[in-house]
Design a protein around this ligand. Structure first.
Ligand code: CDP
Ligand code: MG
Length: 678
């Protein structure tokens, strides 16, 4: 029978050698489990959970909170009667990798008893009793099960990260815990901020798991580094050549930087050849395919050294054994939000001192370690903030406000926030949802709003999907939505083949803008190759991203039924599709001297050099997102006709605002004066 149980491995009972190896493997897992700092506290912890409905659990990263505690609860019988244990993670990668690890420890197939659920990817089944998921997914579960009745325990893990979704979960779960006395709530956090969690949850007790931490020596640079990427590469090689064995962890801010760093390291190692010992270079970031992610956990072979180049995902969410050296340039990518202009941007900024200390801590888990900070001691003291500002205070709230409204929470001003969002941000979110037609003038959810909330995407994107029904182009819009959600990783542009890659990309260009190009890529990949790796490779398209886009599209299409949108095609009518993009009417920019100006706030922005419209510079654009790198760049832009805005958002734009400056009869100077007047 296909019932592996929790103790026996399905492979067991095969040939003698095989089963011997498997037994040794599980023996090593058991030894490892018992050596984790949380293990001696198993009984005390279970007793505390039994006694208190809400418990805050504090423990050093790597002490076993995420992988062990849910297993203890399972063994203790918390899943009796088919109840589930849910454990939230702020990051997709963590949800996937931790559930894989736990499935392995329990000798079950991932997706059976242990599973994970992240946006656009559900790896759970009827049998799943231990469910790891992103905090955003649990939030969405409130829509279908407002009291989370199928859960006996909810673990809000990595609480110290204070992501927007985690913060909203705090309020919602605190509320349902009041009438669901049989629900246990565990708030797990690294050694940060735990008193605040305790006081928010009506003085819930804090259970401390004493950590085992070896001393970490911290080194600063004497002067600021001009190029921290280069400084990282040099530091890694220096450690590799001069320091005793031990793996290295480097913190960078994002995929591009990480890839660049890995390439540089590999190139220099190639050049040094056999003069140095083997250096295994491994990247880790959110969009990295899961088989590549898993590699960072492989033990380093004797004689070699491993260097993991990571985003701040490795700060607390993932523990990599064997790290002795940490290289910290002191930066992270942070979202910020301007509630006056409604502009969101992702900017590389100095990380907080709390982050820097977490990073350093990664070096002292298995033995005494060293942390090389690529900034001065002065900068640490004077230029870094004490802690990171919670995401809720620096992000657009459109999405969660829509979700809360659909949960029937109307009075958002008095929602139980641990740290309330700025008032203007909340007001702006309400205004934007009103402008999108999701709320009526009383701030109540409309039928359209209810349908929008069903889609796990940004309100503007869901509006665009819903509007596609009216314009009869939902086929195409679903594809565009899926491609946009894959997030700038469609085109492959290796450093040594930039010219080839750019030429290949030019072949996909069609008129209208980047959305149309994305649609074209998707269609060609499907027609041209049936998703062949070879075809994608030759055309500098990332095969994996395309597969993901296809999955996302399938999921979105699956939801169309629920929100009663008929899926039909525009049959090549480019204008229909571009018209629907005006669902993003907030993101309108008009060509002006030296760049573009956003229509509502007159902020100067630029077309991203990778855009298909970079040369063309049409008069009116809608952009998908704004990123700040060297300038404020619009990413994924589409050309529109300003008159469409009056058609789609008459309540938002006055025709005066959309007058085409080129057709103005008056001299430019006067035009400018007029603009300034109002
Ligand atoms: O949650 P916390 O930081 O307290 O620790 P954990 O994630 O439960 O990690 C406990 C142990 O599991 C560590 O020794 C990790 O190295 C190991 N682990 C692993 O080997 N592979 C994973 N994918 C996750 C954890
Ligand atoms: Mg953890």
């Amino acid at each position: 029978e296909e019932e592996p149980g929790l103790q026996t491995h399905p492979e067991e009972g095969r040939s003698g050698v095989h089963s011997y190896l498997i037994k040794t493997f599980y023996l090593s897992i058991i030894i490892n489990q018992r050596s984790l700092p949380v293990f001696p506290y198993r009984q005390d912890l279970l007793a505390a959970i039994d006694q208190h409905q809400i418990l805050v659990i504090e423990g050093e990263t790597g002490s076993g909170k995420t992988t062990q505690i849910p297993q203890y609860l399972l063994e203790e019988g918390y899943t009796a009667g088919g109840m589930k244990i849910g454990c939230t993670q702020p990051r997709r990668v963590a949800a996937m990798s931790v559930s894989a690890r736990v499935a392995q420890e329990m000798a079950v197939k991932l997706g059976n008893e242990v599973g994970y659920s992240i946006r656009f990817e559900d790896c759970t089944s009827e049998r799943t009793v231990l469910k790891y998921m992103t905090d955003g997914m649990l939030l969405r579960e409130f829509l279908t099960e407002p009291d989370l009745a199928s859960y006996s325990v909810i673990i809000i893990d990595e609480a110290h990260e204070r992501t927007l979704h985690t913060d909203i979960l705090f309020g919602l779960i605190k509320d349902i815990a009041r009438f669901r006395s049989n629900l246990k709530v565990l708030v797990a956090s690294a050694t940060l901020d735990t008193e605040r969690f305790s006081s928010f949850f009506d003085d819930a007790p804090v259970f401390r798991i004493p950590g085992r931490r070896f001393p970490v020596d911290i080194y600063y640079t004497k002067a600021p580094e001009a190029d921290y990427l280069e400084a990282c590469v040099v530091s890694v090689l220096q450690i590799h050549v001069t320091q005793p064995p031990g793996d290295i962890l480097v913190f960078l801010t994002g995929q591009e930087e990480i890839e660049a760093c890995c390439e540089l390291l590999q190139e220099r190692c190639r050049r040094l050849g056999s003069k140095i010992a083997e250096l295994i270079v491994l990247p880790i970031y959110a969009n990295l395919p899961s088989d590549m992610q898993a590699k960072i956990f492989n033990p380093t072979p004797p004689g070699a050294r491993k260097v993991v180049v990571a985003t701040n995902i490795a700060e607390t969410s993932l523990t990599i054994d064997g790290i002795i050296y940490v290289i910290d340039p002191g930066f992270c990518k942070q979202k910020s939000y301007n509630a006056r202009t409604g502009m969101e941007s992702l900017i590389v900024t100095p990380c907080s001192r709390a982050s820097a200390n977490q990073r350093a801590g990664r070096a002292g888990r298995v033995a005494a370690g060293k942390c090389f900070r690529l900034y001065t001691a002065w900068a640490f003291k004077h230029e870094m903030e004490e802690t990171t500002v919670p995401e809720i205070q620096r992000t657009n709230l459109g999405n969660v406000v829509l979700l809360l409204k659909s949960l029937g929470i109307n009075d958002l001003i008095h929602f139980d926030f641990m740290d309330p969002p700025p008032h203007e941000t909340l007001v702006l979110a309400l205004e934007q949802l009103y402008a999108l037609g999701a709320l009526n003038h009383l701030g109540e959810l409309t039928k359209l709003g209810r349908r929008m909330a069903e889609l796990p995407v940004d309100p503007m994107l869901s509006k665009m999907i819903l509007a596609s029904e009216q314009y009869k182009c939902s086929e195409e819009v679903l594809t565009i939505a899926a491609m946009l959600s894959v997030n700038n990783s469609i085109f492959y542009r290796p450093k040594d083949k930039v010219v080839h890659a750019d030429n290949a990309r030019m072949n996909f260009v069609v008129p209208g803008g980047d959305h149309m190009v994305l649609l074209n890529v998707y269609t060609q990949v499907r027609m041209g190759s049936g998703y062949s790796t070879q075809w994608c490779y030759e055309n500098f398209i990332q095969f994996r991203s395309m597969k993901r886009a296809r999955d996302v599209r399938e999921q979105l299409e699956g939801l169309m039924d629920r929100i009663e949108v008929e899926v039909c095609s525009a049959d090549g009518d480019n204008m229909k599709i571009r018209k629907v993009s005006t669902g993003y009417f907030y993101h309108t920019a008009r060509l002006s001297k030296g760049g573009y100006k956003t229509v509502k706030h007159q902020q100067t922005v630029y077309v991203h050099p990778n855009s298909s419209l970079f040369e063309e510079q049409p008069r009116w654009l809608i952009y998908h997102e704004l990123v700040f790198t060297t300038k404020e760049f619009m990413r994924q832009v589409i050309e529109i006709d300003s008159s469409w805005l009056l058609e789609v958002a008459p309540h938002y734009y006055k025709s005066k605002e959309l007058e085409d400056s080129s057709s103005k009869k008056m001299p430019r100077k006067m035009g400018k004066a007029r603009e300034e007047l109002g």
